[in-house]
Design a protein. Structure first.
Length: 142
């Protein structure tokens, strides 16, 4: 019996030493994701056909977990402007976004945007979405 009691302190020390690395490994590692958005016109809209056409841009960034649950973490709407008022790719409207506390093992970000074109009362909606990683650039071409 005394032989077994002699090993007890050694087992307690070993258990204590191993507990800390296991505890650190099970805690989620939260990170920040940086996203760069650029909105620009992808075509030449100088023709008179486009004079009465405007476009509104709705951008949403969602955090999606491994169960498919979505949470909106950022959104913005660029008010309707004439197509000719949007800048070309060289002068794009830019926005840098930082989303905090992302658990990269269980969550990812989706940039979801809708372009709403309006021409003389007729409306056309175009939708697209992109899964983003850290420091990624998302181009939104009008």
């Amino acid at each position: 019996m005394n032989k077994y009691l002699a090993w007890l302190p050694a087992l307690m020390v070993l258990g204590t030493v191993m507990y800390k690395p296991v505890k650190e490994a099970t805690q989620p590692k939260l990170a920040n994701n940086n996203i760069s958005l650029a909105v620009f016109k992808g075509s030449d809209y100088t023709s008179g056909v486009y004079n009465n056409t405007s476009v509104q841009v709705q951008i949403t960034v969602e955090k999606v977990n491994n169960k498919g649950q979505r949470t909106i973490v950022w959104d913005k709407t660029i008010d309707a402007k004439s197509l000719s008022q949007y800048p070309s790719i060289g002068n794009a409207l830019k926005q840098n976004i930082t989303i905090n506390n992302i658990n990269r093992k269980k969550e990812y970000l989706v940039v979801d945007y809708t372009l709403i074109y309006n021409s003389k009362g007729n409306e056309l909606r175009m939708h697209d979405a992109t899964i983003v990683k850290d420091h990624e650039k998302v181009d939104i071409s009008i």
